[in-house]
Write a protein that binds this ligand. Structure first.
Ligand SMILES: Cc1ncc(COP(=O)(O)O)c(C=O)c1O
Length: 392
């Protein structure tokens, strides 16, 4: 099959739900990826942050291939050593007070599980934030603010209210009539948006005062992405429920919801999924967490992220077209005054894969193994792209 045939076949048979780039990805190694023509790219997108520990990380590849030969599927109604180890490993890196793990297959599923648990705990209203993104299943979409994703699917759940993210005055809407608050500590899809330490302090106090569950969605921000294991650690937040996913299993589909082991728990059969915690994914979780812990990956995200952010700030001082640059660890954004579509495509031509957040923001979610040299080459390409677009 030649490249054109391959593209035509995907376009013909698959639901047209993704904004496609006309590039066929063929193989990956750490922070690099190659297309079918052999062209090499520095990957600052990492499959929306999934290739957290680099493409085809040797340790994870070995764990998956060894396990594939041993046993791939083991329903939750039986026990399995890989799953038991995955629960130990997840428990090691998550907050001490959270020790009830529900394993599933995607971020949206983790959010769905959290939503169901909150609905079981309280019939009161749920609060979510303006600008938020929590997934596209009916439940997670009901918690998502971004209107373009929702407009064809109304009515969604009617017990979700939205308050403006980062606005302390609106926190008074969290009352004894609120059951839970869903929160992304840093809003990724919305363009890497931040709120202040003071805001989060007040949010936590308000939840505590009214006995409201605080659900923190760290699907994008978690596992070292922001230079700490969890983004909520930067702000001293104490989640009642944590949702994680993306890079947890080194590229295998995964999600997990972690809650307190208390009276608010699912009972037998209330919430299950066929593939959750299967041995193959569990082996990848184990290899990923072991790699993350043994190789100073989180520290590297903080260090490389700071160098990257400093470089972006320098670019901003040189190019008028850049409105803002921001980020924490290796979760970064460059907001332009103009649509970034051309920058995105010129980036591809120059061997740089980036991600967009809306029409004017470039987002960077590279593997956390990104080195200083790779940061500098990305900055060099961004410099060239901005220089070229100035001349046009
Ligand atoms: C913060 C957040 N929550 C939930 C999701 C949904 O995860 P998934 O696409 O794996 O269902 C995402 C995905 O980008 C996300 O960034």
């Amino acid at each position: 099959m030649n490249d054109k045939e391959l593209i035509d076949i995907e376009d013909q048979y698959l639901a047209p739900v993704y904004q496609k780039f006309p590039i066929i990805l063929d193989k990956g190694e750490d922070c690099y990826i190659w297309d079918s023509s052999g062209k090499k790219y520095l990957d600052l997108m990492a499959g929306y942050g999934v290739s957290l520990l680099g493409h085809s990380n040797e340790r994870i590849v070995k764990a998956i291939s060894d396990q594939a030969k041993q046993l791939t599927s083991c329903h939750g109604s039986f026990y399995n050593e890989q799953r038991a180890n995955a629960s130990i490993n997840i428990n090691k890196i998550t907050p001490k007070h959270l020790n009830n793990i529900y394993l599933c297959n995607s971020g949206a599923e983790a959010v769905e599980a959290a939503l169901k648990l909150c609905k079981k705990h309280s019939k009161d209203k749920i609060i979510s934030m303006s600008g938020s993104y929590h997934g596209k299943t009916i439940g997670s979409l009901s918690l998502t603010w971004i209107p373009k994703y929702k407009k064809s699917f109304q009515p969604l759940l009617d017990d979700v209210d939205f308050i403006p993210f980062g606005d302390s005055d609106s926190l008074s809407k969290i009352t004894s009539d609120t059951g839970a608050v869903f929160l992304e500590v840093i809003q990724g899809e919305n363009g890497v948006k931040f709120a202040s330490v003071e805001y989060f302090k007040q949010l936590q106090e308000q939840c505590k005062k009214h006995d409201v569950l605080l659900v923190v969605d760290e699907i994008q921000t978690g596992l070292g992405r922001t230079g700490k294991m969890w983004a909520h650690e930067h702000y001293g937040l104490i989640p009642d429920i944590l949702c994680i996913g993306k890079g947890l299993a080194g590229g295998m589909p995964v999600g997990a919801m972690i809650s307190r082991k208390d009276s608010t728990n699912f009972s037998l059969g209330e919430h299950t999924t066929t593939f959750g915690g299967n041995p193959l994914t569990s082996s990848a979780i184990n290899a990923s967490i072991e790699f993350l812990s043994a190789n100073n990956v989180v520290e590297n995200a903080a260090k490389s992220g700071q160098i990257f952010l400093n470089g972006l700030k320098k670019l901003k001082s040189e190019y008028d077209s850049i409105r803002d640059v921001r980020g924490l660890g290796l979760m970064l954004a460059l907001e332009s005054k103009f649509p970034i579509k051309n920058l995105l495509f010129d980036g591809l031509n120059n061997g740089l894969i980036m991600l967009y957040s809306g029409r004017t923001t470039l987002r960077f979610l590279p593997p956390l193994t990104l080195t200083e040299t790779q940061v500098n080459s990305a900055l060099q390409i961004l410099d060239t792209l901005h220089n070229n677009s100035k001349k046009e």
